[in-house]
Design a protein around this ligand. Structure first.
Ligand code: AHR
Length: 515
């Protein structure tokens, strides 16, 4: 007994000595917060007909030597299943407002071609269409999120698409679907009504778009009882709060379930810089734009709260991620970039922001899944690699549909050139089995940071952890060395007197699990 007391006392003293040199951030639990579920759809993805995302990415065709299911690579299917990808947005992006879905059904040999005017001016032969996409979603166990062509389409074309994929009875489009060998409808709930209507979707004002939205939305029919439509209005560009204000003010609540928002992270929009060869200044600036997401969701939420105090309309961040110059020698219109620890920092901090705002943020789609922008998967011929962003998304998928435990803390600063950013980001949730998960990110490029949490308050005893870290911020996985960056077991934490102490190395992501 005496021995134990002595041991505990020396451990306590050791901790005090070790940590007294350091600044410790105490993370507390917010009392009296209303329970909120972190929607699994915060972990959604986006696949556009852009560069090598669909063709030579997901889709290699049925006759490819690369193992595939109906033309889609099996290695990608398996990796996305592992990720527990809840939903996939398709076919764009800007491409969506040029896409005529009827060109992508029926026998592939006779499908008409088009020019992909937004992305490299390449010929789109429509060999990957509605059936290919919706069947892929079924294989993945993911829900489809279809983006409709408002910019250059018609209400009739759009409502035909809804009927084609959702109507189970006798109707012109259901008959057409059956003729194309699909007896039962897929049942698609999520529909985007246009994309970036302030820009590539038609350069509209919010007032004009609100009217167009109402027209499209009015003629959408819930064809089945089981699949209630979830209609999403094309949302604001970053901090265009007026856009959100007008949509919330002018669109009646019975016509809308979600309002979107797009925001990317970059160094300078006109001089984005390399995805791998960047200095600390470029890193710091990228993180500044990434962390702006906190302000964006807060302010867009405030506007939504004003018009929708009962929280019936969701904020849907259906495009987010890092955007850099394309890899040297690749088509500038294809947006193919590498993915480093900088991207892991963007992913970890952004997902923490979404988790903590999950009362209003109900869906978010990382741009994009394969070979485009902040991709989770890159391919080259028959090779495939998982990026650091993939690993963060996988480490964090434990938060899907878990109950948010709201926290509070004063983050220490990450200072560079006399400018500061909050170095630490965190979110905590409790899943259905009662397991608690704590996700922590330290974005500081040089300094480790230590946190303290009361585990009695959290109600956990046994803790284990996983870390994503690499010696250099610029480190990335290559086709030659695909496993340079991989999550590892993390046990560099201590529990003393019911206090958990975790020292988080510079630019690393940690997820702790406790019961
Ligand atoms: O994700 C790439 C493009 O970025 C999308 O097509 C568009 O919506 C956004 O501007």
């Amino acid at each position: 007994m005496k021995k134990t007391t002595l041991l505990l006392a020396s451990l306590f003293l050791y901790t005090i000595t070790v940590f007294s040199q350091k600044e410790i951030t105490t993370i507390g639990i917010q009392k009296n917060a209303k329970p909120v579920i972190i929607s699994k759809h915060i972990y959604d993805h986006f696949a556009e007909h852009l560069g090598r995302c669909i063709y030579d990415g997901f889709y290699v065709g049925e006759n490819s030597t690369i193992p595939n299911t109906n033309g889609v690579r099996n290695d990608i299917i398996n990796a996305l299943k592992e990720l527990k990808i809840p939903n996939l947005r398709w076919p764009g992006g800007c491409f969506a407002d040029t896409y005529h879905w009827k060109d992508g059904i029926g026998p592939k040999e006779i499908r008409p071609s088009m020019v992909n005017r937004w992305w490299g001016g390449v010929t789109e032969n429509n060999s990957f269409g509605t059936h290919d996409f919706l069947d892929l979603c079924e294989t993945l166990g993911a829900e489809p999120y279809l983006a409709a062509n408002v910019g250059s389409g018609t209400v009739q074309e759009f409502t035909d698409w809804v009927q084609y994929v959702n109507h189970e009875g006798k109707s012109p489009m259901a008959e057409l679907r059956k003729k194309n060998n699909k007896e039962n409808p897929w049942g698609v709930s999520f529909w985007g009504i246009g994309n970036e209507m302030w820009g590539c979707g038609g350069n509209m004002t919010p007032e004009y778009y609100a009217n167009v939205y109402k027209q499209y939305s009015t003629f959408m029919t819930d064809w089945t009882n089981s699949n209630k439509l979830f209609r999403i209005a094309s949302g604001a560009n970053v901090s265009d709060y007026h856009w959100t204000e007008v949509l919330m003010r002018d669109i009646p609540k019975n016509l809308i379930e979600g309002v979107a928002l797009h925001s990317y992270s970059f160094v300078k929009w006109n001089k984005k810089g390399s995805s791998t060869n960047f200095d600390e200044e470029q890193y710091f600036t990228t993180m500044q734009t990434a962390l702006k997401m906190e302000e964006l969701v807060t302010k867009h939420t405030e506007i939504m709260d004003k018009y929708d105090p009962n929280n019936s309309i969701a904020l849907i961040v259906d495009e987010w991620g890092g955007w850099y110059d394309v890899e040297p020698g690749t088509n500038p219109g294809f947006l193919y970039q590498q993915n480093t620890m900088r991207d892991a920092m963007i992913a970890g901090t952004t997902l923490n922001i979404f988790n903590n705002h999950s009362k209003r943020v109900k869906m978010a789609n990382l741009a994009q899944t394969v070979n485009v922008l902040q991709a989770v998967i890159l391919t080259q011929g028959d090779k495939m690699l998982l990026t650091p962003t993939y690993h963060v998304m996988k480490m964090y998928n434990v938060h899907q549909d878990a109950q948010l435990i709201p926290i509070e803390f004063n983050a220490p600063s990450y200072t560079f050139n006399n400018k500061s950013l909050p170095a630490l980001s965190a979110s905590v949730s409790k899943d259905k089995s009662g397991t608690i998960h704590i996700s922590l990110v330290n974005i500081d490029a040089k300094k480790e940071n230590t946190i303290e949490m009361d585990i009695k308050e959290l109600g956990v005893q046994n803790i284990k952890g996983t870390i994503l870290h690499s010696p250099q911020l610029q480190d990335h996985n290559t086709f030659e060395k695909p496993n340079t960056i991989n999550p590892k077991v993390f046990n560099q934490f201590k529990i003393i007197n019911n206090k958990l102490y975790v020292t988080i190395p510079p630019f690393s992501v940690i997820v702790l699990e406790g019961k």
